[in-house]
Design a protein around this ligand. Structure first.
Ligand SMILES: Nc1ncnc2c1ncn2[C@@H]1O[C@H](COP(=O)(O)OP(=O)(O)OP(=O)(O)O)[C@@H](O)[C@H]1O
Ligand SMILES: [Mg+2]
Length: 460
């Protein structure tokens, strides 16, 4: 009899054919979804209302990975959610079978092979790299040494105009209280080697756009990581007449999506020099605010976009109305009516927060084109008919559930069909007109610094 190691064991799980090697499971149990390359047998299962990823691996590894994932989720790092481990499996003729690690399938996730393809825009690649780098930095901030950074071990989800990266494979991971620079460097070296190999594979298979060079890709990943790490943890020194730089640093971190819980500030004995260093920074600045105000769970950039819309909505309400009441009003009068317009058969196209983000772009362009203020509900109908219906289905696909991963199916830069909508949402452009729109990721730290300096210079 198999044993289950799980936080919430589910009766539906017990009924699955655990005494059959995963590779031989009948397709009636399986769900077809795109999947990355893996050494182990991995299948997606339909269990009750949820979709699980099942991976057949050695017992020590299975239990270790289950615990690592549990811990990472507790630390708030984007990682797939562990469901349990099935141990003590035996085939019908009494042969022992390897355990199976079960994780919740990450909805709307895209493995990299569906994202890097010939013709992919450099802009899209940059966004993917930034998402990947943000994930490394977040993992390292929490003291997680990955030991197997690779494209196949990352999943991407759309996050407004950007991407959010999730860790999918924690087999080799170790959680430490804090990582030394040596451990981080080592992790980065592994990343370089693995990623270089994967980019070369893509190149050899004709799946990497000719403009992208594997060497350039790994170099830029490392450079972006170092820049972000310096911004998150670096020591800054300034004179006592530049105290505004303290606030500037916090603002820049917020703009990068991080909250600062602790910042170490020291003054030189003569009081003329100040040094500061963020000690505890936590990702999810906007996602947390959105969650607190509305209970909506969204990615960081999506949250920022939704909050902007909410703030604009609030500006038209009586100034005495509290933020939380206004947020509730926005939720039931704007967000929910728009999302509830999505017909059931189109629900697999985009998750609600992403839908709303794209709808806001659509509303903006439609208002511009028609030179009037288009309502969110009206734009929702237009967006569903003009765009959503024609998008490829990212939640489910009709690929073969056993065969290897699906290639070149999605066009990640594909958002809008109409030429007008081709232009991605550019917060830098809007910023001049709308100070409510904060800067976005991009890790163009220099530009960010210049902007912050300019703003501070103007104010101080
Ligand atoms: N919870 C999940 N949600 C979505 N996709 C998943 C999930 N778990 C696994 N996958 C898909 O299955 C692929 C393989 O999973 P995983 O990396 O854990 O296998 P592996 O055999 O341990 O890999 P490796 O060869 O790196 O050791 C992933 O790249 C991902 O595309
Ligand atoms: Mg893997």
């Amino acid at each position: 009899m198999p044993r289950f190691l799980a936080a919430k064991p589910d009766a539906d799980l017990l009924r699955l054919p655990w005494n059959t090697p995963l590779v031989d499971w009948p397709t009636s149990y399986l769900v077809a979804l795109p999947r990355g390359i893996s050494r182990h047998v991995v299948r997606f299962l339909q269990v009750g209302n949820s979709i699980l990823a099942a991976k057949e691996i050695l017992e020590e590894v299975a239990v270790h990975e289950y615990r690592q994932l549990t811990e990472l989720r507790r630390l708030g790092v984007p990682a797939v959610e562990p469901v349990g481990v099935v141990l003590g499996r035996q085939s019908s003729d009494g042969e022992p079978l390897d355990p199976i690690l079960l994780t919740q399938h990450l909805p709307f996730s895209l493995p990299y092979r569906t994202l890097f393809y010939s013709g992919v825009k450099l802009d899209t690649v940059n966004r993917l790299l930034d998402a990947m780098v943000a994930l490394f930095a977040r993992l390292h901030l929490t003291g997680f040494y990955w030991g197997d950074v690779s494209l196949s071990n990352i999943l991407f989800r759309r996050d407004a105009g950007e991407f959010a990266a999730y860790l999918v494979d924690a087999e080799t991971g170790e959680i430490h209280g804090r990582l030394t620079d040596g451990q981080r460097t080592h992790d980065l070296q592994i990343a370089r080697t693995n990623l270089f190999g994967e980019f070369c594979d893509l190149e050899a298979g004709g799946m990497l756009d000719a403009s992208l060079d594997p060497q350039w890709l790994v170099n830029t990943i490392e450079e972006r990581y170092q820049n972000l790490w310096a911004e998150l943890t670096g020591i800054e020194e300034f004179s006592d007449s530049e105290m505004y730089r303290l606030e500037g640093r916090v603002r820049r971190l917020n703009a990068l999506g991080f909250d600062v819980a602790e910042i170490d500030v020291r003054t030189s004995p003569d009081g003329r020099t100040i040094t500061m260093q963020p000690k505890v920074v936590e990702a999810g600045h906007h996602a947390r605010r959105l969650m607190r105000l509305t209970g909506l769970d969204a990615e960081e950039h999506q949250a920022r976009r939704l909050l902007n819309d909410m703030d604009t909505f609030r500006a038209k309400l009586p100034a005495t109305m509290s933020e939380s009441v206004a947020a509730h009003k926005w939720l039931i009068e704007i967000f929910e009516p728009a999302v509830s317009r999505i017909p059931a058969h189109l629900e697999g196209k985009r998750d609600p927060a992403q839908f709303f983000h794209e709808l806001l772009d659509y509303r903006y362009f439609q208002s511009q084109r028609e030179n009037r203020e288009v309502s969110t509900e009206e734009a929702a109908s237009g967006y569903i008919a003009d765009v959503l219906a024609g998008l490829p289905d990212e939640h489910m696909t009709n690929i073969d559930p056993i065969g290897q991963e699906l290639v070149n199916k999605f066009d990640p830069s594909h958002g809008f069909i109409d030429e007008d909508y081709e232009k991605p949402y550019d917060p830098w452009e809007d910023e001049a007109n709308d100070p409510q729109i904060p800067v976005m990721f991009g890790f163009d730290i220099e530009a960010l610094r210049a902007k912050a300096r300019e703003a501070e210079g103007g104010a101080g």
